[in-house]
Write a protein that binds this ligand. Structure first.
Ligand SMILES: Nc1nc2c(ncn2[C@@H]2O[C@H](COP(=O)(O)OP(=O)(O)OP(=O)(O)O)[C@@H](O)[C@H]2O)c(=O)[nH]1
Ligand SMILES: [Mg+2]
Length: 219
């Protein structure tokens, strides 16, 4: 699928667009995949380096500031946090950030141990949103993550977050560079900028989430 042409345009009411996501409620935190809800229905995952803005994205999407805990301290989210939409068996999972070495070993989510399993075996997983800070995208661990997801043939959509931290020009230059770098693995149409300060940047990604979660405008 080519995600570059959103079905919705900016003039549409953003609130109406994300209405269904506003109903999200926290279900549970899981340290292991065995603790996740039954592997039924449809699920999307949000993944990225610590501090990339995963929880902030989720809060913006759901219009609920405090839904997922955000923090200036990287490594805050050390559990898989599951959020349910009101459509039965339809979930969003905020995954622990990777790449933050300073979290105490005892608190650190064992990525290799649990997430490999999750991505490989989770039948209900429809797609993965990969978030990268637009100021330093495609670091080694991001490359590894993306390569793994591609290998597992999981649909991927990439958000370059905190776009407001760069000028529009610089942000677009980075976007194009990342698109170019990922074109060899066929991902150049599945990347966009995102910023909490530019709510219209939700439009395109919501279109993708709707597709993955089989949410139609009548929901
Ligand atoms: N200016 C700006 N700041 C942002 C944006 N998104 C996130 N941030 C800030 O970046 C920091 C990290 O955001 P989080 O959403 O907690 O990041 P996370 O990926 O969930 O981090 P972990 O849970 O530690 O893996 C917070 O201080 C946010 O306020 C954005 O679009 N613009
Ligand atoms: Mg978080």
């Amino acid at each position: 699928m080519n995600y570059s042409t959103p079905k919705f345009n900016k003039s549409q009411d953003l609130d109406a667009l994300i209405k269904i996501y506003r109903t999200a409620i926290f279900d549970k935190s899981a340290a292991r995949i065995q603790q996740l809800p039954p592997d039924e229905g449809r699920e999307v995952a949000i993944v990225g380096r610590s501090n990339a803005g995963k929880s902030t994205f989720l809060n913006t999407l759901t219009g609920q500031k405090g839904l997922a805990k955000t923090s200036k301290t990287p490594g805050r989210t050390q559990l898989m946090n599951v959020f349910n939409l009101t459509i039965p068996e339809t979930r969003i999972v905020d995954l622990p950030g990777y790449g933050f070495a300073k979290v105490a070993q005892s608190m650190r989510f064992d990525w290799e141990k649990h997430l490999g399993d999750y991505f490989t075996h989770r039948q209900s997983l429809q797609g993965v949103v990969v978030l990268m800070d637009i100021r330093h995208p495609l670091q080694d661990l991001d490359h590894m993550m993306i390569a793994n997801l591609v290998m597992l043939q999981l649909p991927i959509y990439i958000l370059l977050t905190k776009a407001d931290k760069l000028s529009k020009n610089a942000a677009n230059m980075t976007l194009n560079k990342v698109k170019q770098e990922l074109s060899s693995i066929g991902l150049s149409h599945q990347i966009q900028k995102f910023s909490i300060q530019q709510p219209e940047t939700l439009v395109q990604v919501v279109d993708v989430l709707n597709e993955w979660l089989a949410i139609s405008e009548k929901n």
